[in-house]
Design a protein around this ligand. Sequence first.
Ligand SMILES: CC(C)(COP(=O)(O)OP(=O)(O)OC[C@H]1O[C@@H](n2cnc3c(N)ncnc32)[C@H](O)[C@@H]1OP(=O)(O)O)[C@@H](O)C(=O)NCCC(=O)NCCS
Length: 395
Amino acid sequence: MDIRNGPSAAIYAHIVGWGMAVPDGVLSNADLEAIVETSDEWIRTRTGIRERRIAGERDSTASLGLRAAQRALDVADLHPTEIDLIIVATSTPENIFPSTASLIQHWLGATKAGAFDLSAACSGFVYGVEMAAQAIRAGGIQTAVIIGAETMTRVLDWQDRGTCILFGDGAGAVVLRASPTPGGVLSSVLRSDGSGSDLLGIPTVGSEDLRHSDFHVQNGHRLGKMFMNGGEVFKFATRVIGESITQALDKAGLTLTDVSLIVPHQANLRIIQAAARALKVDSDLFVSNLDRYGNTSAASIPIALCEAIEQGRVKDDQHIVFVGFGGGLTWAAMVIKWTGARPPEPGASTLIKQQRRQASYLWARWQTQLRRLNRRISDFLARFLPIQRQKPDQD
Ligand SMILES: CC(C)(COP(=O)(O)OP(=O)(O)OC[C@H]1O[C@@H](n2cnc3c(N)ncnc32)[C@H](O)[C@@H]1OP(=O)(O)O)[C@@H](O)C(=O)NCCC(=O)NCCS
């Protein structure tokens, strides 16, 4: 599917808020030496990763995603009831259903929002931003929150040194908002090649060759655990990064010389360096923070974006590029014109708005308890009190 913002389009989708959240727990390469036969030296030279964050007992995909979304709303200075749509890109959802997005929608108190999870592995965040931008440009919605959230360390096979050294946990989010000002999401390219579904994946309950007796799938992949053919994924990634960036720039009527920053999926430093060589650009054009977080799948691009903004690397009117790739196989590139969104100046009105948001989060928690209690009481009354139950076919 190719996407271009038409010349007559009057509505643009701008990033007006961003936030990230990572667990406190750090798993260093030295820690991994105690788990599998590997070394800090091997991991650093083959991947660029030094450490990654690991979810603790109280962390989950939804709780990390919630914190990232709350921070993004603070920057956007919006109340949760102003959100129309919440998309959570994840490969490690809380459940098959209900969606992680629905949990976050409720915890935010985003009572007017639709919510769903999006499965496009490490490309999921870019897919999500494009889906929301389309909905905004079509006039269907005004405000969307797109979250990439993962607890990858919970789906790793800790005996497989080829995969368990690569991944980490975390979440990042952006708020996308309609505006008549030209800019924001300019173009994107979304692609998929399911013939590579045997290269990278996490089998789950719908898998056709699931053997229920031992909870393994027939080709040796473990249910709920990641498998990967690292070499093939490496080749695929280095090929599609350059290709898709060029295609997305072409759609926006731009070239690489117009680009100030590329925020790639953080899988492997060598992949980023190979992509830079293929595009004949300095690798400094690419944001890289995987030395501290490893591969956080759908969360890696928004986390890298947040850090780039924090470091002052994203400036008004610059063109920046997101590029993601991963399981599916899927890949996606997007060109954005950054239009100067910045956190609100601290002041009385900002403080009041922040407190209203906090009240919304608290109220949402209480509502959960109240609604569940209410259901229990209704159920109890219906069972034990002589209440005339209405039959469905009666008026
Ligand atoms: C996984 C990856 C780091 C492996 O690096 P590589 O240079 O291709 O290494 P190889 O798989 O060829 O393995 C080389 C050797 O190191 C060994 N090895 C593999 N993992 C190791 C580890 N963690 N520690 C030490 N040795 C390891 C292999 O067994 C192999 O040994 P051998 O030569 O005796 O057979 C690399 O292929 C990669 O990053 N691929 C992309 C993965 C990815 O990004 N996936 C997510 C995409 S979203």
